[in-house]
Design a protein around this ligand. Structure first.
Ligand code: HDE
Length: 718
């Protein structure tokens, strides 16, 4: 789709941008050259022994071009291969100096440049955006004290408690190794075989089977640092911290049937959505939230703060919003920036420190290791997108593709020949000083008993969902387990779901045509070494201190805006131009977009003879790519749409996916011939004579995102 160039999307004057500028290349008005700067005279023909003769080895221009091409690809990320990114800025609201000495969290006037990459986890680089999957939410802050990476996800917990299980998890979810099927999907035997033996994953599975795993947009996702980290202040005092990103547009998702269809109609749906929003000047925004827990309160919860399969419910520790992230510029080059950006949990600044979470600890190793493989050199920090804006001086030297030209003869420390430079930084000068956590322990391969509850928060999550959200979880499990061929795996999963309780297993079992096992398989928990008797360490359900958490349901999210929502207007020659204009004006006044969809592209004439150009035809658009549908009147237009199967399908499908639908004038008759006629009392169906009159109700209905209750009561084939 064409996008209007955003006038505000210019390069603001920050250090990171100036740095990237040095490496920007633009061929406008320039000669074509080789990599050595030699001007090329003929880029159409290779050098041959005669016009019909063999190509000569001498052709260094051909060889240079083909060799470079042969080496264009680098290994994709082993997980999170499919991603999209944008530049932006972060500003703290007020100083957090009480908790952290990190300077970028202290000065509200300081704008810190950021680069944010969103991703799916399981699929390859070219896979669909709409997979049922966790989304990565990785933020690189280019602070004046060095780069800080907050490498999080859109789900606040993880599948496993210990990093040593990560390769198993990823092998299980990736396409099966014998036939490389299925791509970007967890609905297959190896994934569920593994999960059915890992009760610790049950909380994460609840989130993954919920609509959180099929977001409407990257711009409408929460983000979470997942692990508990530490803030450390100037006095050396630490406070536990969990990080959150709260999207100002709210948290919204699509329907699973819709997600599958979008995967065919526009597999780049999320990438395109992010790109277009930024090009249009609709800059995505999130607030940074923190949950702070005093060191003294470490053991006051019924779960362990070091266990990444647990959240701290917001009812127990509220999320304080401390700053804002705004994405305001698209990358210039996907490979140079989005593909080459290298995140690492270990990229921290003074004032932010780790905990002993065993998942976090393993990640501290993995990220640099993977960059060495993927980017091919220990100098990956010199790639423009990875460069710090803080001064960088050390005695590391050489290596593949070294760019820095270090001066002088000294590359060691201590030295006198360079006057002792570069020298260590005292703490007062920002030198990083690891938090001095007391350690007095035996070396063991073991898991703390405080990690043994695997079900309480899974139950809390399920109980906190609205009836429609619970139905989606049941349907997702029926879908995923229905694709599993090994019946024993399905049954083991039912045994685990039974322990989540609340009748969930019965509902899933009914869809699978199975019975819930009366007793969960005995040595269910395999997360112990060979010499441990699993019966003595069975997962225990702990009593949650709360029954429900409002923050866990998307039903309670922000629903007061239709900003950036896309509305389709179905028109044909003879449409009611005044109605279309009035609806467009009303929607645009609220920050939404109205796009016309017609039987053909090109000029479409209104009833009064005014021509407009259709944005899409029924072949190039589909209801799944829009948030809502409007059918204006105009007798001739409605008659023509009446002959279009695609027009009926458009409305029926939007209805099936619980979207807001409006019709005016003769458009009401058209809608009356669709399944919408079964639901005239539906809150999301707005019918009336005049566009100006119905616009207000239509806008209110779109702001609700979806009328999910519709699918509880209406059965619509679409
Ligand atoms: Fe990652 N993860 N991860 N991960 N992760 C990678 O690093 C790893 C985990 C996350 O946009 C890899 O550069 C281990 C949790 C994001 O470039 C790799 C473990 C969370 C991204 C890696 C985890 C994440 C990655 C692959 C278990 C949420 C994409 C490519 C101990 C808090 C970053 C790369 C981007 C990427 C390892 C678990 C988030 C292999 C070993 C938990 C958002 O290093």
């Amino acid at each position: 789709m064409a996008t209007k160039k955003n006038p505000n999307n210019n390069r603001n004057n920050n250090k990171k941008l100036q740095e990237l500028e040095v490496n920007r290349e633009d061929g406008t008005d320039q000669f074509l050259t080789t990599n050595q700067g030699l001007r090329i005279n003929d880029n159409q023909n290779s050098l041959k022994a005669g016009e019909r003769g063999a190509t000569l080895l001498e052709d260094f221009i051909l060889r240079e071009k083909i060799t470079h091409f042969d080496h264009e690809r680098i290994p994709e990320r082993i997980v999170h291969a499919r991603g999209s990114a944008a530049h932006g800025v972060f500003k703290v609201y007020e100083s957090m100096a009480k908790y952290t000495k990190a300077k970028f969290l202290q000065d509200p006037s300081r704008e810190t440049p950021v680069f944010v990459r969103f991703s799916t986890v399981a699929g390859s680089r070219g896979s669909t955006d709409l997979a049922r999957d966790v989304r990565g939410f990785a933020v690189k802050f280019y602070t004046d004290e060095g780069n800080y990476d907050l490498v999080g996800n859109n789900i606040p917990v993880f599948f496993i408690q210990d990093a040593i299980k990560f390769p198993d998890l990823v092998h299980a979810v990736k396409p099966e190794p014998h036939n490389e099927i299925p791509q970007a999907a967890s609905a297959h035997d190896t994934f569920w075989d593994f999960i059915s033996l890992m009760p610790e994953s049950m909380h994460m599975i609840m989130w993954l089977m919920s609509d959180r795993a099929i977001p409407r947009s990257f711009r409408m996702m929460e983000g979470f640092g997942v692990h508990t980290f530490r803030f450390v202040n100037e006095a050396g005092k630490a406070t536990f911290v969990k990080f959150h990103w709260k999207p100002l547009l709210g948290v919204h998702s699509v329907a699973w049937d819709e997600a599958q269809k979008i995967s065919g109609k526009d597999p780049d749906f999320h990438r395109r959505d992010l790109w277009e929003a930024i090009e249009n000047g609709d800059f995505p925004e999130w607030e940074l939230g923190v949950q702070l827990v005093a060191e003294a309160d470490e053991h006051k919860f019924e779960f362990d703060l070091l266990d990444s399969t647990k959240i701290i419910p917001e009812e127990l520790v509220p999320v304080q919003r401390i700053g804002k992230l705004t994405l305001n510029r698209n990358p210039d080059n996907f490979f140079a920036e989005t593909e080459q950006v290298a995140f690492h949990l270990g990229h921290v600044v003074s004032g932010i420190d780790f905990t002993n979470d065993p998942l976090l600890q393993g990640r501290l190793f993995s990220y640099t290791d993977t960059q060495l493989k993927r980017l091919g050199s220990p100098n990956f920090h010199e790639i423009p997108i990875n460069r710090t804006v803080a001064p960088l001086h050390n005695n590391q030297r050489d290596g593949h593709m070294r760019q820095t030209i270090n001066q002088g003869r000294v590359s060691y420390e201590p030295n006198t020949l360079a006057g002792g430079c570069p020298f260590q930084a005292a703490m007062k000068d920002g030198g990083f000083h690891t938090f001095e956590e007391r350690v007095d322990a035996k070396k063991v391969r073991a898991r703390s008993e405080s990690f043994h509850d695997h079900f309480s928060q899974a139950t809390l999550f399920y109980n906190s969902q609205s009836p429609a959200e619970q139905k989606h979880i049941v349907d997702a499990l029926r879908f995923e387990l229905g694709k599993v061929e090994t019946v024993a795996v399905r049954e083991r999963m039912l045994g685990l779901l039974k322990q989540v309780g609340t009748g969930l297993a019965d509902k899933v079992a009914a869809g699978l045509g199975l019975l819930v096992p009366r007793k969960a398989e005995e040595p269910m928990n395999r997360s112990f070494g060979a010499d441990t008797n699993p019966k003595s360490v069975q997962p225990k359900k702990v009593k949650s201190s709360i029954e429900k958490s409002e923050a866990l349901s998307m039903e309670n999210t922000v629903k007061n805006s239709i900003k950036t929502r896309k509305v389709a207007a179905l028109i044909a020659d003879g449409f009611d131009g005044d109605a279309l204009d009035a609806m467009k004006k009303a929607l645009e006044a609220e920050g939404a977009m109205l796009k016309t969809v017609a039987p053909k592209l090109g000029a479409i004439k209104s009833a009064s003879g005014k021509e407009i150009t259709a944005d899409f035809s029924f072949l190039t658009a589909a209801s799944v790519l829009f948030d809502a549908v409007y059918v204006p009147g105009g007798a001739a237009s409605i008659e023509m749409l009446g002959g279009e199967a695609d027009a009926y399908h458009f409305v029926n499908e939007a209805f099936r996916h619980c979207k807001a639908i409006a019709a005016t004038g003769e458009g009401v008759d058209f809608v009356g011939d669709t399944f919408v006629s079964r639901a005239k009392d539906d809150a999301g169906v707005i019918l009336g004579e005049k566009a100006g009159k119905v616009a207000g109700d239509f806008i209110a209905a779109i702001a609700q995102h979806r009328n999910w209750d519709r699918e509880m009561t209406r059965k619509v084939p679409a």
